[in-house]
Design a protein around this ligand. Structure first.
Ligand code: ADP
Ligand code: MG
Length: 457
């Protein structure tokens, strides 16, 4: 099957030709007919399998081939969980729009609000955005969605994890009319949290799932190493980065503080390194991504802010320096390599503090990993029995409790003013954020410091 077999406008086929793309991937083959027929769709397929074009092409086709519902309102709104991903999708959309008379803009957290209001007032047909910022513009009445024809949610499950359910609902209400079509995409759409929002946002959707989210990604070789402590992890990482077979590498750490510390250390060891974290200014984030995507650094150290969607062709190795807190993020993190048929390697370090998260990953993937070793860097740690695991849990909890006690003692002595750094509900951008309640906050704080979730808006 070829793209020419779909009833796509010639201009779209020309753009695809320019991109060197002729044969649709499996998700594209299955999603396109449904989306082109105007039906709502929930679609999942593995990382790097071409989901972006599976929604951009039908979106373009709909706009080209149908009359607008409104002359002023945007016709297509594409929502993504992070700014980097939104920028990437915007870049792909622009290639398709360039051939037409349609206008596309991006509206991202961290960028100038008034400039965005101006751009919105020029009645773009397509908006690519992060949900917090769009909700803000809706509230300010810079934007109306009564004429919205197509709402697309990429990495929808991640937007929910980041606490954007309210914003998504507000957007849904603003665009609540019978002729709206809604598409939802991710590599992991099969967890519970998605069902509620899907019922709210989608109307009798078709479902397409190419492979299960836990199915092994054949192009990614997965390896795990035991690690005793931080120094051991660092030694393992240095050793692995010295291997000449890897092109670019993305290293995921649990917290922003770790990202910076590790980047400094690797730079001292002579690796060309960049660190991307959500608390940087947007201009710095853009610059880092731009340089890394042009191959100026060998290693990018980051948090889950970069786990989703990013398509960087030269990344052949992903390292989980710390295991992710949510098992599905493992699937997305390792999916930064092995894209579009290329081969990649994913390496994870598992220390005592990672053990629980590692077990969750195994359960999620329905897989039992065999641990690898590196000569000269053996680990004493070899996993925890359920009993020992509990004991570590208690120890960590007790330590955290002691810390909290010490903290509250300090607080009691200090003036009763609230420390601004601990105001919740305010994040790195300027959209109101609602963080998920943490059921075992004390234990988690010890393992992952308070910045462990790298939120975006
Ligand atoms: P996903 O969203 O499923 O993770 P992307 O949409 O980011 O994947 O696509 C991954 C890569 O595959 C991109 O570089 C994209 O240009 C490329 N790609 C998409 N569709 C095709 C296709 N039909 N043939 C070849 N390459 C494709
Ligand atoms: Mg994607």
């Amino acid at each position: 099957m070829q793209f020419t077999d779909f009833s796509l406008d010639k201009r779209l086929l020309d753009s695809l030709k320019h991109m060197g793309i002729s044969t649709p991937t499996e998700i594209q083959q299955q999603a396109l007919p449904i989306a082109l027929a105007g039906k709502d769709l929930m679609a999942s397929s593995k990382t790097g399998s071409g989901k972006t074009l599976a929604f951009l092409l039908p979106a373009m086709q709909r706009i080209i081939s149908s009359r607008p519902l409104s002359k002023k309102d945007p016709r297509v709104l594409i929502l993504l969980p992070t700014r980097e991903l939104a920028q990437q999708v915007y870049g792909q959309l622009r290639l398709l729009v360039a051939n037409t008379q349609y206008k596309a803009i991006s509206v991202l957290g961290g960028e100038n609000f008034n400039d965005q209001a101006k751009a919105l007032s020029r009645d773009p047909h397509f908006i690519v955005a992060t949900p917090g910022r769009i909700a803000d513009h809706l509230q300010q009445r810079h934007l109306f969605l009564n004429g919205l024809e197509l709402l697309i949610l990429d990495e929808a499950d991640r937007m929910l994890d980041l606490g954007f359910a309210e914003q998504l609902k507000a957007i849904n209400v603003a665009a609540d009319h019978k002729r709206r079509q809604t598409l939802m995409f991710s590599a992991t759409l099969d967890h519970d949290s998605i069902n509620d929002i899907a019922t709210t946002l989608l109307n009798n959707p078709s479902h397409v799932a190419i492979g299960a989210s836990y199915a092994e990604h054949k192009d990614i070789e997965q390896k795990v190493f035991f690690a005793d402590h931080l120094d051991h992890k660092q030694a393992l990482l240095s050793h692995i980065l010295k291997q000449p077979e890897h092109k670019q590498t993305i290293v995921f750490t649990a917290t922003r503080a770790d990202t910076d510390r590790l980047a400094t250390l690797l730079a001292e060891q002579g690796f060309s390194t960049a660190a991307l974290s959500g608390d940087l200014k947007q201009s710095a984030r853009n610059q880092i991504m731009d340089q890394f995507s042009r191959g100026q650094q060998q290693v990018l150290i980051t948090t889950d802010v970069a786990s989703r969607g990013l398509d960087l062709v030269n990344v052949s190795l992903v390292v989980n320096f710390d295991m992710p807190k949510f098992a599905e993020e493992y699937v997305h993190r390792i999916g930064r390599t092995g894209r579009a048929g290329a081969k990649g390697v994913a390496i994870s370090f598992v220390g005592p503090k990672d053990w629980q998260n590692f077990l969750q990953v195994q359960t999620f993937l329905r897989k039992n990993f065999n641990f690898s070793t590196i000569d000269g860097l053996p680990a004493k740690f070899s996993g925890l029995s359920a009993k020992a695991d509990k004991a570590v849990g208690h120890k960590v909890a007790a330590k955290a409790k002691a810390k909290t006690k010490a903290k509250s003692a300090v607080k009691a002595k200090a003036a009763p003013k609230r420390d601004k750094r601990f105001i919740t509900g305010v994040d790195i951008g300027d959209a109101p954020m609602r963080r998920k309640a943490k059921p075992t906050a004390i234990v988690e704080q010890d393992i992952f410091d308070k910045n462990s979730q790298d939120l975006d808006d």
